[in-house]
Ligand binder design. Structure first.
Ligand code: NI
Length: 172
């Protein structure tokens, strides 16, 4: 397994639309392992999408089961060719992204979704999701369509926030 390099904004490649996966083979399984290792190597990301490591295929990983405050969730999900088929309600929430390390933003997302996706072997599955897990899935699927949360904020002036920088003790 390997930790892969993450593309960061404003890298133009993050705007590329990713292609559907058609081969559910050993190479895909190995790539998913690397993508997961990359997610875990980061600062506690709840999700990652293949294009963030420069592979433009429709694969994302989402896992909101380890958040500080527990939220409704379906555990660790590898989603291949994911499609949201129903949306309900909307709410504003704060998002961060491995590809936008210096900022967070307030983004409106659907509160509840119906999702279908294939697993690493190509089997289709379906889920009803809500809240933070539904938000994470919507954020990751956006990556597959070349969109970042920065593209979704209502106002770039009032809805984007610089992350606090923590200086090490003893530094000026
Ligand atoms: Ni992201």
């Amino acid at each position: 397994m390997a930790v892969l390099d993450i593309l960061t904004w404003p890298d133009e490649r993050l705007k590329q639309v990713s292609q559907p996966v058609t081969e559910f083979d050993e190479a895909l399984a190995r790539f998913i392992d690397d993508l997961e290792e990359t997610r875990l190597a980061g600062p506690g990301a709840v999700g990652i999408a293949a294009p963030q490591v420069g592979r433009f295929i429709r694969v994302v990983i989402v896992d909101v089961s380890k958040t500080r405050k527990p939220v409704p969730n379906h555990g660790h999900l590898v989603l291949v060719n994911p499609e949201i088929t129903e949306w309900e309600g909307y709410e504003l929430g704060r998002e961060g992204c491995l590809s936008v390390p210096d900022y967070t933003g307030n983004v409106i997302r659907a509160e509840r979704i119906h999702l279908r996706a294939q697993d690493a072997e190509g089997n289709w599955r379906e889920w009803d999701m809500e809240g933070f897990e539904a938000r994470a899935v919507q954020h990751e699927i956006d990556h597959l369509d070349g969109l970042l949360f920065l593209d979704r904020v209502v106002s770039r002036r009032s809805d984007i926030f610089r992350r606090k920088v923590y200086k090490k003790k003893g530094q000026p």
